[in-house]
Design a protein around this ligand. Sequence first.
Ligand code: CAA
Length: 292
Amino acid sequence: MSDGTIITVIGAGTMGSGIAITAAISNVEVCQVDVSQDQLDRAKAYHKKTMARNVSKERMTQIEADAALARICYCTESCRSDESSFAIEAATENESLKKKIFASMVETYPADCILATNTSSISITSIADAVPAAADRVIGMHFFNPVPVMKLIEVIKSPATSQDTLERTMDLGESLGKTPIAANDHPGFVSNRVLMPLINEAFHAWNDGVAEPEAIDGIMKLGCAFPMGPLRLADLIGLDVCRDIMLVMHEGLGHPDKYAPCEKLVELVEAGRLGNKTHWGVYDYREAAKTA
Ligand code: CAA
């Protein structure tokens, strides 16, 4: 049974599809939107696979899994905009694209709909500035990959975000089974301000010949109880995303050297080795991808 909440998730990539299935499992109805039908098909396949795993692990019955899947509709244009209390944008990390999407969200969604972005580094204030009439309803909802597994939502408020928007966002986060924690809008927010310099430093350690990636990751996993090493995590996040977040902090925080992306990281990105998504980053997954 749905609890009556309806949300729209704009973008059906890794993060958008993860948000959609997480919401559906939590009894929320979801309109999953993407301009690409291929992307929507991939999201649907991922949702089916995730639910099949939940059934095989006896976390839910087949009937519950089918009901969750039935809560999601897949659309190239939002079909439930009038009914949505939240529109969560999870499109490509490109500021001008996000501003364009937000401008159209203001036109499309009801006047009390929260306009959230899953950006990992773009300024919420800058996005809100693009929609001055609705700036009080703009907020960051930063989910973590893999979304169904990771417990945190980093909620980012701009100076214009209203208290009502913040409270409703925290409530939605909890109803999605997550722990929402609020922070202010600064480059990198909290999570990436702390995480990305660590990942960048792991690239420096590799570049300086301190150790090979397997050893760097092994040391950090076993010595610091990380679930995966920082270089393996960089592959999961995307090396281009890591570089871009470092650049946002480099430009925004005013320390000339502290946040500069390591040349090794930049080199791999320029070579097209972006991590899991290209099956080759720090590590080579190409053979495994062929088998899969
Ligand atoms: N979708 C759904 N479920 C997934 C999944 C995915 N993409 N990836 C893994 N899982 C599930 C697995 O199915 C498995 O579930 P079961 O309990 O049913 O077995 C469970 O997670 C554990 O997975 P594995 O057994 O395959 O492997 P693992 O124990 O090594 O865990 C991991 C994998 C959850 C990814 C773990 O290594 C981990 O927590 N890594 C750190 C991830 C992290 O730090 N993420 C944040 C990145 S930063 C970010 O996203 C924000 C940003 O702005 C850059």
